[in-house]
Design a protein around this ligand. Structure first.
Ligand SMILES: Nc1ncnc2c1ncn2[C@@H]1O[C@H](COP(=O)(O)OP(=O)(O)OP(=O)(O)O)[C@@H](O)[C@H]1O
Length: 325
């Protein structure tokens, strides 16, 4: 479905700075029906890759094929038509604030020249699909973050795309809303067989819904493959770091839990903040040992908070999928 071959993207130098190689020889294969996660730290090149997939940017070298078309070579009308089959949703929704929910969803249908009757029927179907039938006449400012993203999803699906690109689509949402949006995406995937490509810096999102993934660093793909395999045996140090941040526990470095206490490595402490935020729990350092041998540096922390949330946090630490997706 998507073939990215030896793609390099160089942005010209701005002012007196040097050129930026945002992508450097990236090759990726994404199959029809995949839910493909692309993870990487800020600046790794994820957004650039996504912009190449929907033809917003052209590569400096290499080729990008989407759904049988070399998107990197299309121009004008052909490019516009190809882009109608590539939906996109964004972290900050990018809705039209002066238009109602219905009008936002109808917008791509208007651009595609669909007659009024067809537009109205399609908008009704989409509103129902994303669970917003009652909110069609509301304005985006009257909606919650999760509802705004539902409008974004409905709008992206308006022209029945073969591919849906998700640019940090849940990064602005709380964990419960994130889970509900991921559930919706998964249902849509099941019903339509659409190919989903998600870029994110959150491994929890990848593990919740993706079957394949790629890890990017400094404009390169450093690891790619099956999500379960990568979580079990991350090879590249960047991947290992991402996996560790999510689970704390990895094959070589299991976390010992005893009731509500955990014994963890010092290097794992920063990851606790994210878990504390996600589950509204607190961690209290109650014991620790720092010696010359970094392998032996351990701290014992106790989790406090609402019982159910503490339980979820402990399961998270131990590597379980707890997003409810
Ligand atoms: N239009 C541009 N002009 C110049 N440099 C750019 C441009 N867009 C991106 N870059 C640079 O290319 C590199 C990759 O950026 P990109 O936005 O693709 O990374 P990212 O992984 O999506 O990061 P983030 O998660 O922060 O968006 C960065 O060094 C960035 O500064």
């Amino acid at each position: 479905m998507i073939h990215i071959k030896e793609v390099t993207k160089i942005y010209p130098s701005q002012k007196k700075q040097q050129e930026v190689a945002a992508l450097n020889g990236v090759s990726l294969e994404i199959e029809q029906g995949d839910i493909f996660g692309i993870v990487g730290h800020s600046g790794a090149g994820k957004s650039t890759l996504l912009r190449l997939l929907n033809g917003l940017e052209t590569p400096s070298a290499g080729s990008v094929m989407v759904d049988g078309k070399e998107i990197s070579r299309l121009k004008n009308k052909e490019l516009r038509q190809a882009r109608q089959k590539i939906g996109m949703i964004f972290q900050h929704f990018h809705l039209l604030w002066s238009r109602t929910v219905r009008e936002n969803i109808a917008f791509p249908l208007e651009v595609a020249g669909k007659p009024k009757r067809e537009r109205e029927e399609k908008v009704d179907q989409l509103l129902e699909r994303v669970g917003l039938t009652e909110r069609g006449d509301a304005y985006p400012s009257q909606l919650s973050g999760g509802q705004k993203q539902r409008v974004g999803i409905a709008r992206a699906l308006a022209n029945d795309p073969a591919v849906l690109l998700c640019d940090e689509a849940t990064s602005a949402l709380d964990p419960e809303t994130t889970a509900s949006i991921l559930r919706l995406l998964k249902e849509i995937h099941r019903e339509t067989g659409i190919t989903l490509v998600l870029i994110t810096h959150e491994m929890s999102v990848v593990r919740a819904i993706c079957n394949k993934m790629a890890v990017m660093e400094s404009g390169k793909v450093v690891e790619t493959g099956d999500v379960n395999m990568i979580f079990r045996h991350p090879k590249h140090p960047v991947t290992q770091q991402f996996v560790k941040e999510l689970t704390l526990s990895s094959g070589s470095n299991p976390v010992k839990t005893d009731g509500n206490s955990l014994k963890i490595g010092l290097d794992q402490l920063p990851a606790l903040q994210k878990i504390a935020r996600s589950y509204s729990v607190s961690f209290h350092v109650i014991d620790g040992e720092i010696g010359a041998d970094s392998e032996k540096n351990k701290v014992t922390v106790r989790i406090t908070g609402e019982e159910q949330q503490v339980d979820k946090a402990i399961r998270h630490v131990n590597g379980e999928v707890i997003t409810g997706v």
